[in-house]
Design a protein around this ligand. Structure first.
Ligand code: HEC
Ligand code: HEC
Ligand SMILES: [Cu+2]
Length: 404
């Protein structure tokens, strides 16, 4: 990988090469001299000691001072580069990285959560590290960064990715069943891609359906949404507004309501808004379905409150680490699989008794919030209580699981 612009990797590599280089020179040099003397002064040639050297101030000083200097340069070089690894550049972007059994979750300042770490290229990124349960260790070999996450303690690393691409993230803690499965990646995006990614309204938010239809059908080409008149009347604040319309050659006054709007879209030529030409095309059911028509009308009447869409269950399972222990393909290494969970009977152990029951919403709620009062038979009580989730998130997960 291109090491330019990869400051953390450069720092570590330089020190490694420096220390390793000196060690190699000393190893080879000392070994060579030893071998040379062993051969030269072998017993068959010199059965008795011949040297009468009393000592040499010069040599003794040299081989004391020189190694001290070399070792001190190693320390100095290592220390200054280590300090560089701990000093965050001022313009660094911050992401919170949380480890849990057995997955990573990355949380952005706007609250967005992802199971992969998305970052822009050539920008310093600070990852604040936390653990909610046991020791884990955040390790990205490509950037030569590794740091333990300790429950109850905050730590951090930083890096700057030199090229767009995907770089492995591992958990380097090996004392437990699942750390080795905690693999994910740093997804380095170009600046434009990252911009697009940040703006992409993920599952939450997004445009109301009515507005989407208005845009898709080209209504906005003739109608404004801000009060200004165009080829057609503005569609701003229509609810309860009086209108002069021409019907059968007569001008009458009406108040805009749902029925009127539906007629205005399905059969625009029948009632013309006074002062406008009959230019609006009719939109039949083949063009705009009844549902979409309703969405448009609701939107125009201001009935649509833009609320974030309900969080999607499958995404919640991923970003909250549930899929780190639970599979959806039927395999059961650490925990029961989610496959078919909505339809099955489960045998649980509670208060020392075994009970078999049908999985339903109530059972799932208990399994999520008090996982250790009823233990699924055959599994260890290792499930963490999901009490850090909001009520809506819990509902969304339960609904999603029941459909599995
Ligand atoms: C080619 C231009 C054009 C397009 C495209 C168009 N309209 Fe119109 N629309 C008009 C004109 C002109 C009028 C006024 C004359 C009339 O009532 O037919 C009008 C009237 C309306 C009215 C009645 C407004 C009022 O204040 O009385 C509604 C509602 C409306 N349009 C909705 C829509 C919707 C929804 C779409 C897209 C599905 C759409 N229009 C597409 C030109 C257009
Ligand atoms: C550390 C691993 C781990 C994590 C993380 C985890 N679980 Fe579990 N889960 C288990 C184990 C082990 C069991 C079975 C033992 C028990 O009942 O406590 C279980 C049981 C369950 C059950 C009951 C399953 C059944 O077959 O009756 C549900 C539902 C469940 N988990 C949902 C979740 C959800 C949702 C999340 C994420 C918010 C999650 N789990 C996170 C380990 C985990
Ligand atoms: Cu781990």
């Amino acid at each position: 990988m291109n090491q330019l612009n990869n400051p953390t990797a450069q720092a570590v590599d330089n020190v490694l090469i420096y220390i390793f280089g000196f060690s190699l020179i000393l190893l080879l040099g000392i070994t060579a001299v030893s071998v040379y003397f062993v051969v030269k002064y072998r017993r068959s040639k010199y059965p008795e000691p011949t040297s009468d050297v009393e000592g040499s101030w010069f040599l003794e000083t040299l081989w004391t001072v020189l190694p001290i200097i070399i070792v001190l340069t190693m320390f100095w070089y290592g220390w200054t580069n280590y300090v560089g690894l701990r000093e965050i550049p001022a313009d660094a972007m911050e992401v919170k990285g949380t480890a849990r059994m057995w997955s990573w979750v990355f949380e952005y300042p706007d609250g967005r959560k992802e199971s992969k770490l998305y970052v822009p290229v050539n920008k310093p990124v600070k990852v604040e590290l936390y653990s909610v349960d046991v020791l884990h260790s955040f390790f990205v070999p490509a950037f030569r960064i590794k740091r333990d996450t300790v429950p109850g303690m905050e730590s951090y690393v930083w890096f700057q990715a030199p090229e767009a691409g995907s770089y492995d993230i591992f958990c380097a803690e090996y004392c437990g069943v699942g750390h080795a499965d905690m693999t994910t990646s740093v997804e380095v995006l170009s600046e434009e891609d990252f911009e697009r990614w940040s703006q992409a309204s993920d599952e939450s938010g997004g445009e109301p359906r009515g507005l989407v239809v208005l845009n898709e059908q080209g209504c906005i080409g003739c109608h404004s949404l801000d009060g200004s008149e165009n080829i057609g009347p503005t569609l701003f604040e229509l609810s309860g507004t009086p209108r002069q319309i021409e019907r059968d050659g007569q001008t009458i006054e009406i108040t805009i309501d749902e029925d009127y709007l539906q007629r205005a879209i399905r059969d625009p030529a029948v009632e013309l808004t006074k002062g406008f030409d009959p230019m609006m095309p009719a939109y039949d059911e083949g063009t705009i379905s009844n549902d979409d028509l309703q969405a448009v009308v609701d939107y125009l009447l201001g009935k649509v409150v833009v609320t974030p869409a309900a969080p999607s269950g499958s995404r919640l399972l991923e970003v909250n680490g549930c899929t780190g222990c639970h599979s959806s393909d039927g395999s059961e290494e650490i925990a029961p699989t989610f496959k078919g969970i909505g339809q099955r009977e489960v045998t649980i152990e509670a208060d020392g008794k075994e009970i078999t029951l049908q999985v339903d919403a109530e059972y799932l709620r208990r399994a999520l919030l008090e996982p250790n009062t009823e233990i699924v038979k055959g599994f260890a009580p290792m499930m963490p209580a999901a009490d850090y989730l909001s009520a809506e998130e819990i509902d969304a997960i339960i609904e999603h699981l029941l459909q599995q």
